[in-house]
Design a protein around this ligand. Structure first.
Ligand code: ADP
Length: 659
């Protein structure tokens, strides 16, 4: 379910977010509106009932008058006109009620005895046979009583407006009060008029008297303070006071009281009850007008509520759509920017982005773009060979940053390797060129002198006896020397080539190093008589070596000592034993070597090419071969030198001890 909800497109989600509260809003608005409508209906219903009460009250009043006029007519046989006028008024009110066609009062004539009214009237009118006053009172009283029971049923206390409720209740009590009072009053009038006063008659009305007393108590309890006050003032100050006082004494003493005759009683009680009737009428009117005002206010409020609800719904809808639109357009912008960036484009712009999630999303997109740009620029710079550009990976997870950083490192490494190789290649080419020129030169010198001596000897052969025997011998010796040089040269070249391919073979055996060294010294000394080679420390020491190769090393060192020390005539050779090692040193007092060359002179074809060194023949392989030979004997070869003062070359070998 949740995954289904997640899959709903954003637009739909936003619409749902907006729609759901709107639906709730509409629902609750309807509920409120319905409630208000019901309230209005209840109020409208009450207004109708109050109206109904008013008409019924009117009818009750007029029937009361008609009753009085009927009795008077029956008693006096006069005032018929007034009676018939009153009958017309009563009829018009009855018609009014019939025409109103109120559901609550439909067919009311049948159960209020009003159907019998025409018959009763005609009986009164014809007066033959005399229609008894009691029958008149009975008929009218029961009709009035019944009508009064139809008077507005009292609204329950859940009506919203308490003051209206109070007034309605008060008028209802008064209405009942008046009805019962009329019965008592009529009875008293009848007794006074007929002078047929009897305790029994009073007792008959005593219940009614008690009832109106109870109504008084009820009224004071239920009516508003203002109405109670008004009632009391009517009760104690108006002509209603003597009326009630008269009744009070009558029903307390149960004795005939002649304070008033019948007409006086009728007169005074009519004026008295008129105050109460007026009060009841006023209460009606007050309740009705209050109810109408409340109804109208409520109706207005209902309309206002309706308009407000409609406006708020409109606002909510507008806001939802407006903001949903904004969110969607911003997301669309971000999507397009992201798409552009994914295609590798730069210069992406995102303006007016809000704070919060969308804002930080936009920022991240822009950051990606900026990073891409920085990386692209950096890669470009690195590609152009500028390795000074700074690359700082943004985090441990920044693969791109790390890769570019590695690329920079590798390229720089590659570049420096390339430069080195280039330099070495150039060096090699230079060395090769030098080698060729030196080799040609080295070969040419002995070959030229060989050719010269050979020619001389040929000439001598053609003219025998021209050349002295000694001279010829000298020439032959020189030829031999040159041939030796050539042999050494060729041997060196061959050795170099063999060394390169690892084909130099050693035939090791235990030999006395001092013998090997002194042998070579003698050889070299012989061909270089102008130098004095001093074997300063000759110790007897045995080594396990290839004698010829070690001899070759000593020979190389001595030849160099002679070659590079032409001014100085002395060369010192020593053998020194240090523990199980023996060190052979060859010291000259020639040009000396700068420390910078210490390593390099052991490289193949390396020759120090300072100006003054140029004049010395050589191929730059002697020390290279020597070092290889010594290292193959697990020894070391090194030097010590001071420019202008001479050099000492050392090699160290292990002393051989027979075990
Ligand atoms: P070559 O002597 O044929 O040039 P080597 O390999 O024997 O080749 O020597 C390499 C270089 O070392 C020489 O060219 C020279 O410049 C320098 N060298 C060797 N021995 C001495 C020395 N005793 N005194 C000064 N320079 C020397």
């Amino acid at each position: 379910m949740i995954s289904f909800l997640k899959k709903i497109p954003l637009t739909l989600k936003l619409v749902l977010i907006g729609t759901i509260p709107i639906i709730f809003l509409i629902y609750f608005s309807m509920v409120i509106y319905k409630g208000k409508k019901q309230k209005l209906e209840v109020m409208g219903d009450y207004i109708e009932r109050i109206n109904q009460s008013a008409v019924l009250g009117d009818l009750i009043n007029n029937l009361g008058i008609e009753r009085k006029f009927s009795i008077r007519y029956l008693l006096t046989d006069s005032f018929f006109n007034e009676l018939s006028q009153q009958r017309t008024i009563s009829d018009s009110i009855i018609n009014e009620i019939v025409q109103e066609n109120d559901f609550g009062l439909s067919g009311f004539k049948e159960y209020t005895f009003l159907d019998e009214l025409p018959a009763v009237r005609s009986k009164i009118s014809t007066t033959t046979p005399a229609f008894s006053i009691n029958s008149v009172i009975d008929y009218y009283s029961s009709t009035i009583y019944k009508l009064n029971s139809l008077n507005a049923s009292i609204p329950s206390s859940n009506v919203y407006l308490t003051s209206i409720y109070q007034d309605l209740l008060a008028q209802k009590i008064l209405s009942d009060y008046i009805t019962i009072f009329e019965i008592i009053r009529t009875n008293v009038f009848n007794s006074l008029n007929s002078r047929q006063y009897m305790v029994e008659t009073l007792l008959g009305s005593y219940g009614a008297y008690k009832t109106i007393k109870s109504y008084e108590i009820e009224f004071r309890l239920k009516a508003s303070a203002q109405s109670s006050e008004l009632f009391d003032s009517i009760r104690n100050k108006t002509s209603f006071k003597p009326t009630m006082d008269y009744l009070d004494s009558l029903f307390t003493n149960f004795e005939y009281d002649n304070t008033y005759d019948a007409n006086e009683w009728w007169q005074i009680s009519s004026t008295g009850i008129a105050f109460i009737k007026e009060m009841q009428h006023n209460l009606w009117q007050s309740a009705e007008s209050q109810m109408v005002i409340a109804y109208n206010t409520e109706k207005k409020l209902q309309n206002v509520a309706f308009i407000l609800i409609a406006i708020s719904i409109l606002f909510v809808v507008a806001f939802v759509f407006f903001f949903a639109g904004i969110i969607l357009s911003q997301l669309r912008e971000i999507k397009n920017a992201a798409r552009k960036i994914s295609r590798g484009a730069t210069g992406v712009n995102l303006k007016n982005m809000p704070r919060g999630t969308i804002g930080s999303l936009a920022k991240s997109i822009l950051q990606i773009e900026r990073n891409n740009l920085t990386m692209a620029r950096a890669a470009n710079e690195i590609g152009s060979g500028n390795f000074n550009v700074k690359i700082n990976p943004r985090s441990e997870d920044d693969l791109l940053g790390k890769s570019i950083q590695k690329m920079k490192h590798d390229l720089r490494e590659f570049n420096s390797q390339k430069d080195k190789i280039q330099k070495e290649t150039l060096d090699l080419v230079r060395k090769r060129d030098e080698f060729f020129s030196m080799t040609s030169h080295e070969l040419k010198t002995p070959v030229t002198s060989l050719k010269a001596y050979t020619q001389l000897l040929l000439m001598d052969a053609n003219n025998p006896g021209d050349t002295d025997e000694k001279v010829r011998k000298g020439m032959l010796e020189k030829i031999e020397k040159q041939v030796d040089k050539l042999v050494t040269l060729i041997n060196d070249l061959l050795d170099t080539s063999r060394l390169q391919y690892g084909e130099l073979h050693y035939h090791k055996r235990a030999v006395k190093l001092n013998n090997v060294v002194s042998g070579i010294i003698s050889e070299i000394q012989l061909s270089n008589p102008e130098h004095r080679i001093i074997f300063q420390k000759n110790i007897n020491v045995q080594v396990f070596v290839d004698e010829d190769r070690i001899g070759q090393v000593v020979s190389n060192l001595l030849t160099n000592a002679i070659k590079y020390a032409p001014q100085s005539k002395e060369i010192i050779v020593r053998l020194d034993k240090h523990g199980d090692k023996v060190i052979c040193s060859v010291r000259d007092f020639g040009y000396g070597i700068e420390s910078y060359h210490y390593e390099k002179i052991f490289e193949r074809f390396y020759r120090i090419s300072e100006e003054n060194m140029h004049t010395f023949p050589g191929l730059g392989v002697g020390l290279f071969i020597s070092k290889q030979i010594i290292e193959k004997h697990d020894g070391r070869l090194w030097l010590d030198s001071e420019l202008g003062k001479g050099s000492t070359f050392y090699f160290e070998l292990s002393v051989f001890t027979k075990s």
